[in-house]
Design a protein around this ligand. Structure first.
Ligand code: NI
Length: 173
């Protein structure tokens, strides 16, 4: 268990195209666990390996959807490890939403994303998985996958703001 240093803009390592993961060894398992610890410590809902200075196609995500009913118990967070991910389907429908990024502290921005995407990836043990994500989860997936291609949300945001309070920056990815 370790908290890793997060690489921030304008560090050039955030701009590299990440390399595929080839070995599903003990070292990778430790890295994945450390990435979850680092993300939760911030807190954030997603973290890509380039954000901790590793040029690897590896993403961790942990996010609980808001309950539809205020009085409903908070749903359990969904947790994903995506290794060598590839988007295989994108909805035509696009949605605008606010994003933040642990590598771009102090800013949030409005970004247009596909409402739904389907991703093929390997899990932490190298087993293939296919995940359909929609809404906020689809947004997190797209944001994190962009990191693997050296793209930051600030490159594609229609507007960028400095949030006036901490609360607005809560959903940093
Ligand atoms: Ni980010």
């Amino acid at each position: 268990m370790a908290i890793l240093d997060i690489v921030t803009f304008p560090d050039p390592s955030l701009r590299l195209k990440a390399k595929p993961v080839k070995k599903f060894d003990k070292e990778l398992q430790t890295l994945i666990d450390d990435m979850f610890d680092t993300m939760r410590n911030e807190p954030g809902v997603g973290l890509a390996a380039p954000q901790i200075g590793q040029s690897l196609q590896l993403v961790v995500i942990e996010y609980a959807e808001e309950p539809e009913d205020e009085d409903a118990p908070a749903p359990k967070p969904k947790k994903y490890v995506l290794v060598n991910p590839e988007v295989v389907k994108r909805s035509e429908e696009m949605v605008e939403g606010m994003e933040g990024c642990l590598s771009v502290p102090g800013l949030i921005g409005k970004v247009n994303r596909h409402e739904e995407i389907t991703v093929k990836a390997l899990n932490r043990h190298g087993k293939p998985q296919k995940i359909k994500a929609e809404g906020w989860m689809a947004r997190i997936f797209q944001h994190e996958l962009d990191h693997l291609n050296g793209v930051l949300y600030t490159d594609i945001a229609s507007e960028i703001y400095e949030p006036i309070n901490e609360e607005a920056a809560e959903s940093d990815e």
